[in-house]
Design a protein around this ligand. Structure first.
Ligand code: COS
Length: 385
């Protein structure tokens, strides 16, 4: 028998702590978040204490330095609770920070990563624009060289955690439009820089507690040292971060699959009709069994792709497949579990009503299902070309 390594034992302790945090702290706070649209301070403190803000940040900079597999395991536990909790720390250890880890200079890493890892500072990823969503490379925010720095002008849309962020990774054109994706560069822009405005968050269908706003750049001056990575590498930086984030998001969906299943299973065993628990009826069992198969497949895919990433393999196709499958699976399960609840699933007294609205977003953000199908097919065709 193989004995677990010290690292595996530490992971299991962390996964166990994340499971307890989700069930003992996050679940009881769900209703409060729904009512107030804010993540309570005691929850944020708990996230900091668990090190969630710095999960992906190397230990050298104060983070936990988790591998992709380890990160996925922790995220699946946290996302047993509604997904907005994860959003609160998700940009800081995800898209808002991955670019700094992958492309940052030693000076940039030293300046930002320790504060981000501790949760003292939060980060946001500013890629999407009003007219550049799925077609991210068509963005029109511009960074014009002036003196020894750049002047940024443009508007970014749906920027998660913009109202909390201390630093934004901003993608802007530094070359004429005909340079396409290779004319885009990334910049680190700090909150409080003159000309940077964060608008009031959008009102949404679900995901209470997670805030998405427009961020407007009007003649925002940054020094040349704010550029992240070499000029013209911004788009690749964004795509590399998104590969990671899509796998992370598949883990989010996988955690939710389990929660949704448990909500449906509990209801089906408690609710009695025709003189017995509805779980005894085979048509209800079919809904449960199809959902279990979906949840099991999602978990297996995510764990496998995460191991592949840790082994140094390119996971562009795998991350797209995983996010596509796991988020669609969560959508299917949410629909079936709501159906099991009948009329009770449509009223706010039951968690399934809220979770159903929350999971709808997963198929849209960080790459719509259709973009993920496109990425998957493109990679397949590239492999046989
Ligand atoms: N990793 C590294 N580099 C990548 C990459 C990846 N995963 N994907 C693309 N690139 C590189 C390409 O190799 C290409 O570089 P070269 O010109 O040097 O070969 C460059 O980036 C442009 O790539 P491509 O031509 O594929 O860009 P397209 O505009 O055709 O399409 C898609 C890119 C559609 C995949 C991209 O725009 C996308 O992912 N859109 C969705 C955006 C999104 O998820 N938004 C969510 C909100 S952000 S949280």
């Amino acid at each position: 028998m193989n004995l677990p390594s010290e690292r595996e034992e530490t992971l299991e302790l962390l996964v166990d702590a994340a499971r307890r945090f989700a069930r003992e702290v996050l679940l009881p706070a769900e209703e409060i978040v729904e009512e107030t649209n804010e993540i309570p301070a005691h929850v944020v403190r708990g996230m900091r204490d668990l090190g969630l803000f710095g999960m992906t940040i190397p230990e050298k900079y104060g983070g936990l330095g988790l591998s992709m597999y380890e990160e996925a395991r922790v995220v699946m536990e946290i996302c047993y609770a509604q997904p907005a909790f994860r959003s609160y720390f998700g940009t800081t250890n995800g898209v808002g920070t991955l670019g700094i880890i992958n492309y940052g200079s030693e000076e940039q890493k030293g300046k930002y990563l320790p504060q981000l890892a501790s949760g003292e500072m939060m980060a946001s990823f500013a890629l999407t624009e009003p007219d550049a969503g799925s077609d991210a490379a068509s963005l029109s925010t511009r960074a014009t060289r002036e003196g020894d720095g750049f002047v940024i002008n443009g508007t970014k849309r749906f920027i998660t955690n913009a109202i909390h962020a201390g630093v934004f990774t901003v993608f802007a054109r530094t070359a004429p439009r005909d340079a396409g994706a290779n004319g885009i560069s990334a910049f680190l822009v700090e909150r409080g820089t003159q000309g940077l405005t964060v608008a009031k968050p959008y009102r949404k269908m679900g995901f209470a507690g997670s805030h998405e706003s427009d961020v407007i750049f009007e003649d925002v001056r940054v020094p040349a040292s704010a550029m992240l990575g070499p000029e013209g590498t911004g788009f690749k930086n964004a795509m590399k971060s998104l590969d990671h984030a899509r796998l992370h998001m598949a883990a989010v969906a996988t955690g939710l699959c389990q929660r949704l299943l448990d909500e449906g299973l509990r209801y089906a065993t408690e609710r009695k009709q025709f003189g017995q628990a509805i779980a005894k009826f085979q048509l209800i069992q079919a809904l449960l069994a199809d959902s279990q198969a979906d949840a099991y497949a999602a978990r297996a895919m995510v764990e496998r792709a995460a191991r592949d990433k840790d082994a140094g393999k390119s996971i562009t196709k795998e991350a797209a497949c995983c996010k596509y499958f796991a988020t669609e699976a969560a959508g299917r399960i949410a629909d079936r579990m709501l159906q099991i609840h009948g009329g009770n699933g449509y009223i706010k007294e039951y968690a399934i009503e809220r979770l159903y609205r929350d999971v709808r977003l997963l198929r849209i953000y960080e790459g719509t299902s259709q973009i993920l199908q496109l990425v998957t097919a493109r990679e397949m065709l590239r492999e046989v070309a």
